[in-house]
Design a protein around this ligand. Structure first.
Ligand SMILES: NC(=O)c1ccc[n+]([C@@H]2O[C@H](COP(=O)([O-])OP(=O)(O)OC[C@H]3O[C@@H](n4cnc5c(N)ncnc54)[C@H](OP(=O)(O)O)[C@@H]3O)[C@@H](O)[C@H]2O)c1
Length: 281
């Protein structure tokens, strides 16, 4: 049985779908089972990373665990809780969703580093997935695009190897069903590096109407996130992430998705076509 944490999230939802379609036994974790909807045959359990006993209960009987913590400085603590529950359950294999660049940031902003380290030192078989920026992050632009407003751009013309979350989920599924990926760390990207300006152009072509962007200075971005009530450590990491991208520091493109899946990753245009309705007015 594969326990999927973050099962209602961007990658977790896709992973549950892929594993269920392959006939794997899946148990999906959410804080609110009543709100969640999963394919037939998927078992759903309520657990909260802030209540370690609930996760320990949820993990009982798990052979494998997908380790996904929601973005924020709490990742460090939540990863510890997931790992402890997996250990208590005697799970053989853990696949951790990490992030590109882990190990390269100052320690207080390298939220995935302690979890990766603990996993590597554990008795479990493991695979670490370090994806680049998700194509689905552009859903944050959907309201602006639908109402004809320009998309604020804090990343100038910096490019990233933007990836379809469904590709990440497929790689995770492969890591669960084969031991070929044990002890591997994959840096998962799309097959091209693409900027905010270029993604806006792609979305414009797909909805048949030009999508404008407007530069957003990093200090204005910081103020906007702070005003939205976000955790200060989260705000700093988001601003520094934009600074890195703007300077060309996240242009990495790898062939890890193709090496695992035997096919090239989806392009941003593929993802955008599949999600056209979110942007069309
Ligand atoms: N977005 C990117 O571009 C990007 C790039 C690289 C790496 N990543 C990494 O990918 C991971 C996922 O990020 P995301 O933005 O896509 O988030 P997400 O997976 O869409 O959403 C968070 C998930 O975590 C669950 N969750 C949140 N708090 C929880 C708690 N206290 N206890 C139990 N479950 C909890 C939520 O479940 P319920 O609400 O149903 O309980 C939801 O399923 C993060 O670790 C992030 O660092 C993201």
């Amino acid at each position: 049985m594969i326990l999927v944490t973050g099962a209602t999230g961007t990658v977790g939802r896709e992973l549950v779908r892929v594993l269920a379609a392959r006939g794997e036994r899946v148990r999906a974790v959410t804080r609110e089972p009543a709100k969640a909807s999963f394919p037939d045959g998927v078992e759903v359990v309520r657990a909260d990373f802030d209540d370690p006993a609930s996760l320990e209960d949820a993990a009982k009987g798990a052979d494998a665990v997908f380790m996904l913590s929601a973005p924020g400085p709490w990742i460090v603590r939540h990863d510890e809780v997931i790992l402890a529950a997996a250990r208590a359950a005697g799970a053989g294999k853990i696949v951790k969703l990490s992030a590109i660049g882990t190990g390269d940031h100052p320690e207080d902003r390298d939220w995935h580093r302690p979890g990766e380290q603990a996993l590597k030192e554990s008795e479990h078989a493991w695979t670490i997935l370090r994806p680049s920026s998700f194509a689905s992050n552009t859903l944050h632009w959907a309201d602006a695009i639908r109402t004809g407003q320009p998309v604020p751009n804090s990343m100038a013309d910096g490019r990233q190897g933007v990836i379809d979350p469904a590709d990440i989920a497929e790689v995770a599924a492969h890591a669960f069903v084969s031991s070929d990926h044990d002890g591997r760390t994959y840096t998962l990207t799309g097959s091209e590096a693409i900027s905010v300006l270029e993604m806006a152009d792609v979305l414009g072509e797909i909805i048949g109407r030009r999508v404008e962007t407007v530069p957003l200075a990093l200090e204005d971005y910081r103020e906007r996130l702070t005003r939205a009530g976000l955790d200060p450590a989260f705000v700093t990491t988001a601003v520094e992430g934009s600074r890195l991208v703007a300077s060309g520091g996240n242009e990495t493109v790898t062939d890890d998705v193709e090496r695992v899946l035997g096919r090239p990753p989806h392009t941003f245009a593929d993802w955008a076509r599949a999600n056209r309705n979110a942007f069309a007015s």
